[in-house]
Design a protein around this ligand. Structure first.
Ligand SMILES: Cc1cc2nc3c(=O)[nH]c(=O)nc-3n(C[C@H](O)[C@H](O)[C@H](O)COP(=O)(O)OP(=O)(O)OC[C@H]3O[C@@H](n4cnc5c(N)ncnc54)[C@H](O)[C@@H]3O)c2cc1C
Length: 492
C-alpha cells in the first residue's frame, strides 16, 4: 500500500497552496484530484491584499504581479470600495484569473516535489489512532495510508460528506450568470455596471480584448446542474441591458447562486476541511479563493508540526478556532451584499444610505479591511496590540544586509525577531525551535490596519503564516517562553 504523510483531496488553489506549505516543512504529500486534468476555466477574477502579502512571504508574488492588473478599488455590493490608503504594500485588488493562479501554484508545488495525481477521486476513508486509510477511485483505484487527510475538494466536497460533517446555511435566492467573451462593441469604460428592474449587469475588461460580462437575476434561481449555453447567456444579458455589446468567442460561461453554507466542524480526528469544502458563498467582493489560500497557510505549518511530532495537540485545534469565524463573517458580508444588490425601491433606498456611509473613512475602512482580510486578529494569550495580527512588512537591517520581514518568511519557519538592540535570550533551547533574527529597523511607528500607529516592538514571535504569536515592547521578553511552548512546542 502507498504511504505518505498527508493526502490532499483537490488540486484547486487551496489544495495547491497547502501542498507547497507542507513540502516547505519537509512533509510528504499526495495531491489527488478526481478530474482527468486541469480545466483551465478562468473562475475567480482576483486576489486581495492579505493574499498578496502571504504569496509575497513565500516568494510567489513576483511571478503573479506581472500577469495581473492592479485595481485601486474593490466593491461592497457593487458600491466602490477604495483600498488605496490601506496600510499595506499592496493597497489594491490584483485582477488575475484563477486559471493563472492555479498554473503558478501548480508550478511552485511541482518545484517542491508535488505533482497532481489526476483521475484519482477520494471515494472513501477510514481512520484509526495512527492514521487514515484513503480510498481512491478513477482509472487506477488504490489505497493510500497517511497520517492526515485534508479535503480541499470544493463546495460539493466528498471528504466532508464522507466525514458526516454538516453543511448548514441558507439556500440560493438569486442567480449570477457570467461569460468571459470578446466584445465587438464594448462599453467606453473598462468597468461598466448598471442596475435594472430584475437585477444588475456589468462588463469588466479583464485582459486586453477580453471582458467578463455578468448578469445578476434576483427573480430567478437556476437549479445547480442547469446547463447555461452562450446563447442563453446572451438572451439574459440583452433582456436586462438592452444590448449584447457584440459578444462573441466565449471562453467560459457559467452560473452560480448565493447559497451560503459553512461546515459545522473543520476537523474530525485526522481529517480536515479547507477552502470551498469548508465554506461556500456568493462571489461578492471576490473573497472565496482568498479564504481558501489563507486556510491553507493557516493549516499547513500546524499540520507539519503534528506530522513531525513537535506540536502540542492544542495547536491543531487552533485551525478551526481561528479560521471558522473568518469564513463565518465572509458568509455574513456576502449575504449583506446580496441584500444590497436586490432591485426595488427599498434596496435603492438602502443603497443610497450605504453609498453615503461608504464614502466616509471609518465605514470604508471597516468594510474594506474585512474584504481584504487585513484586519484579522487571531486569539493569542498575549495582550500586545500586534499579537494575533499580521506583522507589517518592515524594512530590516540585519548582519547579512537589508531585508524585509516577509522575505524572512520564505522558508515558512517561525521567527523570533529581535529589534533595535533587544538581546537574544540565552541558551540553545531557543534556536532549536525558532529562527532568531536580530535586526535594526527605523523607529517610526508601525501602522497596523484596524489599530493605527503602534511603537516599533522590542521583539515579535512570528508564526510561519506571518501572524504575530506574541510581541513585547520590553527588552526582558516577558512571556516568550510560554508563547514558544504554545506555538512551537515545548523545548526538547
Ligand atoms: C464566478 C465566480 C467568480 C469568483 N470570483 C472570485 C474572486 O474574484 N476572488 C476570490 O477570491 N474568489 C472568487 N471565487 C471563488 C473561488 O473560485 C473559489 O472560492 C475557489 O475555487 C476555491 O478553491 P478550492 O481550491 O477551495 O476549491 P476548488 O477550486 O473548487 O477546487 C476543488 C478541487 O477538488 C477536486 N475534487 C472534487 N471532488 C474530489 C474528490 N472526491 N477527490 C479529489 N478531488 C476532488 C475538484 O476537481 C477541484 O479540482 C469565484 C467563484 C466563482 C464561481
Amino acid at each position: 500500500m502507498e504511504t505518505t504523510d498527508v493526502v490532499i483531496a483537490g488540486s484547486g488553489p487551496t489544495g495547491l497552496m497547502l501542498a507547497s506549505e507542507l513540502r516547505l516543512a519537509g512533509v510528504r504529500v499526495a495531491l489527488v484530484d478526481g478530474l482527468p486534468a486541469r480545466t483551465g476555466e478562468s473562475r475567480a477574477g482576483g486576489i486581495h491584499a492579505r493574499s498578496m502579502e502571504i504569496l509575497d512571504q513565500r516568494g510567489l508574488l513576483d511571478r503573479l504581479l506581472p500577469q495581473g492588473r492592479r485595481m485601486q478599488a474593490g466593491h461592497f455590493g457593487g458600491l466602490p470600495l477604495d483600498f488605496s490608503d490601506f496600510d499595506t504594500e499592496h493597497p489594491y485588488m490584483l485582477a488575475i484569473l484563477q486559471s493563472v493562479m492555479e498554473r503558478e501554484l501548480q508550478g511552485r508545488a511541482t518545484e517542491l516535489g508535488v505533482d497532481t495525481a489526476w483521475n484519482s477521486p477520494v471515494t472513501g476513508f477510514s481512520q484509526d489512532d495512527s492514521g487514515v486509510r484513503v480510498e481512491l477511485g478513477g482509472a487506477h483505484p488504490r489505497t493510500v495510508r497517511a497520517a492526515y487527510l485534508v479535503g480541499c475538494d470544493g463546495g460539493r466536497s466528498s471528504v466532508r460528506k464522507l466525514a458526516g460533517i454538516g453543511f448548514p446555511g441558507t439556500d440560493a435566492t438569486a442567480t449570477g450568470m457570467l461569460a468571459d467573451v470578446e466584445l465587438a462593441d464594448p462599453p467606453a469604460a473598462p468597468f461598466f455596471g448598471r442596475r435594472g428592474a430584475a437585477g444588475d449587469y456589468s462588463a469588466i475588461q479583464f485582459e486586453p480584448g477580453w471582458y467578463r460580462l455578468i448578469v445578476q437575476r434576483h427573480d430567478l434561481v437556476l437549479p445547480r446542474g442547469t446547463e447555461l449555453t452562450f446563447e442563453d447567456f446572451r438572451a439574459h444579458f440583452t433582456e436586462l441591458a438592452g444590448t449584447d455589446f457584440g459578444m462573441h468567442s466565449p471562453r467560459w460561461v457559467t452560473h452560480y447562486g448565493d447559497s451560503a453554507r459553512q461546515a459545522e466542524r473543520y476537523r474530525t480526528g485526522r481529517v480536515f476541511l479547507a477552502g470551498d469544502a469548508a465554506h461556500i458563498h456568493y462571489p461578492a467582493g471576490g473573497q472565496g479563493q482568498n479564504l481558501g489560500i489563507q486556510d491553507a497557510v493557516n493549516l499547513g505549518w500546524k499540520l507539519a508540526a503534528a506530522v513531525h511530532g513537535t506540536a502540542p495537540e492544542s495547536l491543531l485545534d487552533t485551525y478551526e478556532s481561528e479560521r471558522h469565524p473568518i469564513a463565518a463573517r465572509v458568509l455574513h458580508n456576502t449575504r449583506a451584499q446580496t441584500a444590497l444588490m436586490r432591485p426595488g425601491t427599498h434596496s435603492d433606498a438602502l443603497r443610497d444610505v450605504m453609498s453615503e456611509l461608504i464614502a466616509t473613512d471609518p465605514i470604508r475602512h471597516r468594510l474594506g479591511l474585512e474584504i481584504t482580510a487585513l484586519d484579522i486578529r487571531y486569539d493569542t494569550k498575549c495582550e500586545h496590540p500586534l499579537a494575533g495580527r499580521r506583522v507589517p512588512d518592515a524594512i530590516l537591517r540585519t548582519a547579512t544586509g537589508t531585508s524585509r520581514v516577509y522575505e524572512l518568511l520564505r522558508r515558512a519557519h517561525p521567527i523570533l525577531l529581535l529589534l533595535n538592540e533587544t538581546e537574544a535570550p540565552a541558551g540553545p533551547e531557543w534556536s532549536a525551535r525558532v529562527d532568531i533574527v536580530t535586526a535594526h529597523t527605523p523607529g517610526t511607528p508601525w501602522r497596523v490596519p484596524g489599530v493605527g500607529p503602534i511603537p516599533v516592538p522590542a521583539a515579535i514571535l512570528i508564526r510561519p503564516d506571518g501572524y504575530a504569536a506574541w510581541a513585547t515592547d520590553e527588552p526582558g521578553l516577558p512571556g516568550l517562553g510560554e508563547a514558544l511552548d504554545d506555538w512551537s512546542g515545548a523545548a526538547a
